[in-house]
Design a protein around this ligand. Structure first.
Ligand code: SF4
Length: 377
């Protein structure tokens, strides 16, 4: 089985904290050219795939950027190309990220649904207009609620939301209010993101110049745990550190990343992991275009992971999930070395062994999991 990620790099505006490969101000010609490149890259990737017969796509994920800026016709043509080159399995999950500032939202949502998208992720982020403006988002709280309601009415199988917490100056009660309103919207899935300020962003510059004081880590951790309690008690289970869902609404595409499956990334900056090789695509438009037009893989870097690296990465990723990690190898030299490190993490109170035998992160360590996982890699 294969998962396909499509990166759409255009946005209505650039958010203050964003370091994704995305930019505002694209022309219709540029967007049309990008669609052609995506289609050509899918065809080339199918030829180069090291497996025969080619595995059919079980999940497709349109991310960005703002893929909801795509015309539904573009979405349909891309899905058809994936079907033509790989096949799409019956019941495949086809997800798309969306921005509530979309123009003619109802029409676009119906078009995306008709094109084959069955799972929508709405980038709500906050339901406080001051916070949305601070983040540089192109929408307000009213647009977010209205877009979500229209998405529900459009008949997607699953509609989820993304929320950001830990903003400078954000108080616990501000966050609780957003959470309460967000849960009232009745999403099938909630993803939580702690605000970060990557180098090169407007937010990082404002923090460096002292204009903005970031919220401290303890307050951010409190916000995470307050949210986790509220979301879990609303019937949405935490199936990965930052992701909560109703039963059956887990994001199958993201589970492929966490559980070490193969995925093909298409588009600027997209990453692939196929047969133990990790590839990152070009991040600049002209280099990407040149390579795709020449029929080459538009790779910026590639790396074949060694067996111990794969084993350790799969442990670190699977420990993020509630299912946890079961080692496929406890007898080889590398398998035993990993076991010793997992035992040390268990002794230090980060993970536990469940009755099933799987190792899993302890819930109270979810906010400090990165330091634990870095000990495995
Ligand atoms: S909408 Fe998303 S990808 Fe676009 S600028 Fe904002 S955070 Fe970045």
């Amino acid at each position: 089985m294969l998962s396909v990620y499509i990166h759409y790099p255009f946005c209505a505006s650039k958010c203050a904290y964003c370091d994704f490969v995305s930019r505002p101000g694209s022309s219709p010609q540029e967007r049309a050219a990008y669609e052609k490149l995506i289609i050509k890259e899918i065809a080339g990737a199918a030829e180069r795939l090291p497996f025969r017969p080619r595995p059919a796509a079980n999940t497709i994920y349109f991310g960005g950027g703002t893929p909801s800026l795509m015309e539904p016709g573009t979405v349909e043509r891309i899905i058809k190309e994936i079907d033509l080159r790989f096949g799409i399995r019956q019941g495949a999950e086809i997800s798309m990220e969306s921005n509530p500032a979309a123009e003619k939202a109802g029409e676009w949502l119906n078009g995306a649904r008709a094109a084959g998208v069955n799972r929508l992720v709405v980038g709500v982020q906050s339901l406080d207009d001051k916070e949305l403006s601070f983040l540089g988002r192109a929408h307000n709280a009213r647009q977010a609620s209205s877009f979500f309601a229209k998405a529900r009415a459009s008949g997607f199988d699953s509609v989820g939301i993304d929320l950001i917490y830990g903003l400078p100056g954000q108080r616990a009660r501000d966050w609780e209010k957003t959470l309460e309103q967000a849960l009232d919207m009745n999403p099938d899935h909630v993803s939580l993101y702690c605000l970060e300020a990557p180098q090169g962003t407007r937010l990082a510059a404002d923090i460096e110049s002292g204009k903005i004081k970031p919220l401290d880590g303890d307050a951010q951790a409190d916000m995470y745990f307050a949210a986790a309690r509220a979301i879990e008690s609303s019937g949405r289970a935490c199936y990965e550190i930052s992701n909560f869902s109703r039963p059956g609404h887990e994001c199958r595409h993201n589970l492929v990343y966490w559980l070490g499956g193969d995925y093909l990334g298409v588009g600027l900056s997209a990453c692939s992991y196929i047969g133990g090789e990790r590839v990152e695509n070009e991040r600049g438009f002209s280099r990407y275009k040149e390579k795709v037009e020449r029929g080459e893989r538009p790779a910026r870097s590639s790396e074949r992971l060694s067996y111990p690296r794969r084993l350790r990465e799969s442990a670190a990723m699977a420990l993020r999930t509630s299912a946890g990690f079961v080692s496929p190898d406890i007898h080889s030299f590398h398998g035993r070395a990993l076991e010793a490190d997992l035992a040390a993490l268990e002794r230090d109170g980060f993970i536990e062994t469940k009755p099933s035998g799987a190792r899993a992160l302890l819930p109270d360590k979810r906010f400090v999991s990165d330091s634990a996982f870095s000990r495995l890699i």
